[in-house]
Design a protein around this ligand. Structure first.
Ligand code: PMP
Length: 396
């Protein structure tokens, strides 16, 4: 083939573990690999009812184009919810509806990044954010991250010595992949550093509503005095991911720029999906629905933690997440999670090795486990087998 593709295609590589993980499509495979919500909790009957009501009462509107910004009642609801939960002070004009929070990340790349710019991120970070930003030609610098979030001393040092830093990307609550949550102090400090060095922050928060215990923390945005911080949010984990409805929220002048680039990308998000969610929010109690999700995931988290404690070798480290979908395992340094995965796949168990969550450092002795998507008995069986494979490799 002699076609000349855009330079960006050379930055975008297929993941080699994708092939291995294809086996997860087989029904008898127990997979801790995806980040999928529990499908039995999708509000199917309610969505069915809401769609019928919308089509009957406002069919022409629901099937017509709408504004790029999105459906106003939905934007109103999001602004109010964020103000109540996250300490922000938004109104609907601070909100742009996006195709999942993933589109918010991609548009952020389009708005802020040029070839050779540097993005600072947690180490490790969300894989598809790396892909989204990479396609705009940026490089990454990983900032060391511990139980309380990013190391602010290192961050400040990098900010003061690295002129090409253009963007900071963080997931401060129930992080993907680690399940960790930032402390209040680190949140405040990041807002302060972002203002001092004039670097925008994307605060990605698709899991914040799924808290099993402990106190909710205010967003980094709530400490933003200059308007540098943008928040990505989503209905994927509290409603359903198939609708692909999320949002990006921030200073009105910046959101205006996102609106302009979204016009060139896809004009707008699906009108009927936005109206259906808005109607659901009007007629049902979403907190009750989220309560059900939290109850189920908490049970699964508890079981997963018990199994790791019981079946995994002692010389591993793991996160005890207070919410969200994931736990993160660190094996002794000389052990490759890819090798462990190969052995597990032979026994029909899958997970994601952690190396690809590091844009630069690729620590191969790590892995991510999702516990939201399977009933308890499969979690127990799967973790028992991973435990056996680890025991055999670590203490043969
Ligand atoms: N950000 C993070 C941290 C995620 O884990 C995900 C995927 N679950 C997304 C963004 C994208 O989610 P969605 O586009 O479905 O809102």
């Amino acid at each position: 083939m002699k076609l000349k593709f855009a330079n960006r295609m050379s930055y975008i590589k297929a993941s080699e573990i994708r092939e291995i993980l294809k086996v997860t499509e087989q029904e008898d495979v127990i997979s801790f690999a995806g980040g999928l919500p529990a499908p039995e909790l999708f509000p199917i009957d309610e969505i069915n009812q809401m769609t019928q009501i919308i089509l009957k009462e406002a069919g022409t509107k629901a099937l017509q184009y709408t504004t790029t910004e999105g459906y106003s009642p939905l934007r109103d609801w999001i602004a109010k919810r964020m103000n109540e939960r996250l300490g922000t002070s938004f109104d609907k004009d601070n909100i742009l509806i996006t195709h999942g929070s993933q589109q918010g990340l991609d548009l952020s790349g389009k708005v802020f990044l040029d070839d050779g710019d540097i993005v600072l991120c947690e180490s490790p970070t969300y894989l598809a954010a790396i892909s989204a930003f990479k396609s705009y030609g940026c490089n990454f610098l990983e900032i060391p991250t511990d139980e309380k979030g990013m190391n602010m001393t290192v961050l400040e040092d990098v900010l003061s010595n690295t002129p090409k830093v253009k963007l900071i990307y963080v997931i401060p609550t129930f992080q993907n992949p680690t399940g960790k949550t930032w402390s209040l102090e680190r949140r405040k400090k990041l807002a302060e550093l972002s203002a001092r060095y004039d670097i925008p922050v994307i605060e990605d928060n698709p899991y914040g509503e799924l808290r099993f215990e402990g106190e909710s923390l205010p967003s980094i945005k709530s400490f933003d005095k200059v308007g540098n911080i943008l928040c990505a949010g989503s209905f994927s984990k509290i409603f359903c991911p198939g609708f692909r409805i999320g949002w990006i929220a921030g200073d009105k002048n910046i959101i205006r720029k996102y609106v302009l680039v979204k016009q060139g990308t896809d004009l707008q998000c699906n009108t009927i999906a936005q109206m259906t969610i808005a109607e659901y929010l009007k007629r049902y109690d979403i907190d009750k629905h989220i309560g059900k999700i939290v109850e189920v995931y908490k049970k699964r988290r508890d079981i997963a933690m018990e199994c790791i404690e019981r079946y995994f070798p002692d010389n591993i480290r793991y996160t005890y997440p207070q919410g969200g979908l994931f736990t993160w395992i660190e094996l002794p340094e000389e052990i490759s999670a890819r090798e462990i995965l190969k052995k597990c796949i032979e026994r029909k168990i899958a997970f994601v090795p952690g190396g690809s969550f590091y844009p630069v450092e690729h620590k191969e002795n790590t892995l991510r486990l999702n516990y939201s998507n399977m009933p308890e008995e499969r979690i127990i069986k799967g973790l028992q087998i991973i435990g056996e494979v680890l025991q055999a490799r670590i203490s043969p």
